[in-house]
Design a protein around this ligand. Structure first.
Ligand SMILES: Nc1ncnc2c1ncn2[C@@H]1O[C@H](COP(=O)(O)OP(=O)(O)OP(=O)(O)O)[C@@H](O)[C@H]1O
Ligand SMILES: Nc1ccn([C@H]2C[C@H](O)[C@@H](COP(=O)(O)O)O2)c(=O)n1
Length: 645
């Protein structure tokens, strides 16, 4: 499976130009297709969901063209039902294409088949089909009753004028009926059974229908009347607003990462309900500023994010972002009235609960709510995304002030925001890493520790981890190739406290420096399974305010995104001399010739092994220290860090 490793993030600030709203894009495309006249659509979202809609419209006889230079779409409307009367449409997992097209095709007098990916065939559509049948539509289920795929045939004699639809499962059913209603050729009355959920999405539908010339008469939220003679007319040019649900990730990043982060494309004047996510953020203590077409978010003034208990029925998509923000709140939070999550791209209530638990939260999953207790410290995890773009985008936020996260199947963001992770990287600043690699006894440990002290950063001596594995293996009488060495690496009972290294509580600071241990360390380090077993442990050292890490593969494998990479080296003679002095100072016996010989052999082993060999990387700065003092080497690295800003 493909995955993306996101490093821990220090902060977030900047501006984001949002992609077009998915909800508005697919509604506008359908309305433009059913209109008389040509519509110029600006800022349309380009994503899997809109691709499915565009493909379907073309198959149904609607001509449209895209001007790559201006990124403008021109849709030539068919002024009524679709002209193509027979089609087999594959709509992927695009609910915003599937539901409205079902309704429009049911009233178009043709024979159509609509199908999607397996998950789409698990998403209920029975309430919409029931309502369309009341209008006289002929729709059959190809598989399980109540679920796609669907077979549509021309309606029998005369369409009826009244239908009732459930409003408490998905507001998309009502949206689909409303948008298709003008095709019925007379007044259509739609009654809503039960409490209508996600009302802001219906407001978007009514607003857009109005712009295309159809005024729906609304009686509260329970009856909608589409008048006789209603027909769509192109407004000429229409701009798609930025996606307010996508805005939620960046506003949250501004709050969690200090901010300010400004999103451009939605603001005070937005027709999308999800802009009210910013109001929810205010209740958590965030600082929010509104413009007509932008919103800006920053961390609470006192740095404390308040726990919350909110009814989020009106912002079901953006509410997922709040679920991840609950990890950073000052107590348990509750997200209520979100049962609709169960019938989205995945069962989002179950998926969210499972993944939040992976990062350490205590989560209670209720039929229509989540109770989330944040952990004292977030745990790094591999997040499964369930082919759900929002799962992937939400969990990127867990890296802000937390550890790094692995996002499995990151391409699922293509559904609505193909460039999401690039944009996320542009507004976030990772915890800085200074990677110092080099051969044995070159002085990298001494220099790295001094640089870390000067900057107030954490320090990782990765070699000591391999040395500890080696010592544990030697104590257990294992050969370097023994499979149990990998288990030792996985569960290494090591601790580092104030210059003392412990293995299962025993002080082994000097023992891991013995020649026997050094030789064994270089042998176990050549095994890829041992290296894999130690990888996460090394990455966990990356915590604010920063890390200086030294070893052989800090810049190449463990922290390839390190902002500063140094290849610290010295001649074999200089290194043998340094090691000789070190041993003498400790009162240990040493012979300069055998030290030189040993260093040459280890250099050869470390540099020639197939996995993570020691080498100077093209993006590393070489520091030749044979003729340098420690102070000079430390100053060089500090200057380099300073120069990189
Ligand atoms: N210019 C220099 N830069 C760094 N260390 C130096 C320098 N000159 C002398 N030394 C000394 O070299 C000795 C070896 O350094 P150190 O143990 O830090 O090396 P190392 O590369 O981390 O070794 P190993 O890979 O075995 O852990 C130390 O006693 C250090 O003080
Ligand atoms: N990132 C690392 C660090 C160390 N090793 C190997 C190389 C050495 O033979 C051994 C001990 O390291 P030292 O304490 O001398 O830095 O561990 C490695 O392969 N990768």
């Amino acid at each position: 499976m493909e995955f993306l490793d996101l490093p821990p993030m220090m902060s977030a600030a900047g501006r984001v130009r949002l992609p077009g709203s998915k909800s508005i894009s697919n509604r506008v495309l359908l309305l433009a297709a059913l209109s008389s006249g040509e519509t110029e659509v600006r800022d349309l979202l380009r994503s899997d969901d809109t691709e499915r809609m565009l493909e379907a419209l073309r198959a149904l006889g609607v001509s449209w063209m895209h001007d790559a230079e201006t990124d403008v779409y021109r849709v030539r409307g068919v002024a009524g039902p679709f002209p193509v009367k027979q089609a087999d449409l594959f709509l992927g997992n695009a609910g915003t294409a599937f539901r409205p097209l079902t309704a429009a095709l049911a009233l178009s007098g043709g024979s159509y088949r609509l199908s999607g990916v397996p998950r789409m065939h698990e998403r209920p559509i029975g309430d919409l089909v029931d309502a369309l049948r009341q209008l006289g539509a002929d729709i059959a289920y190809e598989g399980n009753p109540g679920y796609p795929p669907l077979q549509i045939q021309p309606a029998g004699a005369g369409l009826k004028r009244q239908a009732a639809v459930r409003g408490d499962v998905s507001s998309q059913f009502l949206t689909a009926l409303l948008m298709a209603a003008p095709l019925a050729g007379g007044e259509v009355v739609i009654d809503v059974i039960g409490e209508l959920i996600s009302k802001p999405y219906i407001e978007i539908t009514l607003d857009l229908m109005r712009r295309f010339g159809v005024e729906v008469v609304r009686e509260g939220w329970s009856r909608f009347v589409v008048p006789a003679g209603a027909g769509y007319r192109s407004p000429g040019v229409i701009h798609v607003e930025g996606d307010a649900s996508s805005a939620s990730y960046f506003l949250a990043a501004g709050v969690l990462g200090g901010g300010p982060v400004r999103v451009e494309g939605v603001g005070r004047d937005s027709i999308q309900g999800d802009v009210r996510f910013a109001e929810a953020l205010e209740q958590l203590g965030a600082r929010i500023t509104w413009g007509d077409h932008w919103i800006e978010a920053a961390a609470p003034a006192d740095g404390r994010l308040k726990a919350f208990d909110l009814d989020l029925n009106h912002i079901p998509d953006a509410a997922m972002t709040l679920a991840v923000m609950a990890l950073f709140c000052d107590g348990p939070s509750r997200l209520r009235n979100i049962a609709s999550w169960r019938v989205k791209e995945t069962d989002r209530l179950a998926a969210m609960a499972t993944e939040l638990r992976k990062v350490g939260a205590v989560v209670e999953e209720l039929p229509d709510a989540l109770q989330i207790e944040p952990p004292a410290t977030l745990v790094s995890a591999a997040i499964d995304t369930y082919d759900d773009h929002r799962m992937a985008m939400c969990f990127s936020l867990a890296t802000l002030g937390g550890p790094g996260m692995r996002i499995n199947d990151p391409a699922c963001v293509n559904k609505t925001f193909p460039s999401y992770f690039d944009v996320f990287r542009q507004v976030t600043q990772p915890v800085p890493v200074i990677a110092i690699d080099g051969p044995s006894a070159s002085g990298k440990g001494t220099v790295a520790a001094r640089v870390a002290e000067a900057l107030g950063f954490h320090y990782l001596d990765s070699g000591s981890l391999y040395r500890l594995v080696a010592l544990a293996a030697l104590k257990a009488g294992l050969a370097e190739s023994d499979p149990r060495v990998v288990d030792i690496a996985r569960h290494l009972p090591a601790a580092f406290e104030a210059g003392v290294v412990r293995l299962s509580g025993e002080d082994v600071t000097d023992a891991i420096r013995s020649e026997a241990c050094s030789v064994m360390a270089s042998k176990v380090a050549a095994r890829s399974e041992v290296r894999d077993a130690l990888l996460d442990r090394q990455r966990a050292y990356r915590r604010p305010p920063g890390l200086v890490a030294e070893g052989r593969d800090m810049g190449s494998v463990v922290f390839p995104d390190a902002g500063t990479k140094v290849f610290l080296t010295a001649s074999v003679e200089a290194r043998a001399e340094r090691r000789y002095k070190q041993l003498m100072e400790k009162g240990l016996p040493a012979n300069i010739d055998s030290l030189s010989q040993d260093l040459r052999e280890r250099d050869e082993r470390d540099a020639s092994r197939p996995v993570a060999p020691l080498k100077k990387l093209p993006d590393a700065t070489e520091l030749e220290t044979s003729e340098m003092t420690v102070d000079q080497a430390v100053s060089f690295v500090l200057d380099l860090v300073g120069a990189k800003g």
